[in-house]
Design a protein around this ligand. Structure first.
Ligand SMILES: [Zn+2]
Length: 167
């Protein structure tokens, strides 16, 4: 799995870039944070596994990457956002949650193993597993990626807001 930090940072940085450069009307940072936190959500099944595992010994694969790693969850949040679009706050919140969860699924499917996007309707699984080929160095590589991403984003924020002070 990409690190929890990656799952938080990628949607957070993307949502912030969207906010800074593309959104017609700037929205509060709260929604950027919502995208980041939502990016962590699908791995809540690991916490569920921890709890279940206290009572019964079960392999993690039995719980992890099933219900919380399907396309239905971000789709559901997107539907709520669209239905509630007249309320700007609700539209923003639910689309950010949908986006955060969706990036989690993408990161898992691209970099690490596979996901079953239509579970439990279908066991069809999807995954490029790009990181397993270089598995020996993956933890260091991911940590470096997180560090670079966080550093670049902080520099961007610093410069952007400093520059803005003078305009
Ligand atoms: Zn995951």
């Amino acid at each position: 799995m990409p690190n929890p930090a990656t799952h938080l940072l990628v949607p957070l940085v993307l949502a912030d870039l969207w906010r800074d450069y593309f959104a017609k009307k700037r929205f509060p940072l709260f929604y950027v944070l919502a995208a980041g936190i939502a990016g962590l959500f699908p791995d809540i099944d690991i916490a569920v596994w921890w709890v279940v595992n206290l009572l019964y010994e079960v392999p993690m694969e039995l719980v992890h990457r099933q219900f919380t790693h399907t396309i239905f969850i971000p789709f559901l949040f997107l539907v709520v956002a669209i239905l509630w679009r007249k309320n700007r706050k609700a539209l923003l919140l639910f689309s950010m949650i949908s986006f955060g969860i969706f990036t989690h699924l993408l990161l898992d499917a691209i970099f690490s193993g596979s996901i079953m996007p239509f579970y439990p309707l279908s066991n069809f699984s999807l995954g490029l597993d790009l990181l397993s080929g270089i598995s020996a160095n993956v933890p260091t590589l991911l940590a470096a990626f997180d560090g670079i991403l966080l550093g670049a984003w902080l520099i961007h924020e610093y410069l952007k807001h400093r520059i803005k002070d003078f305009i």
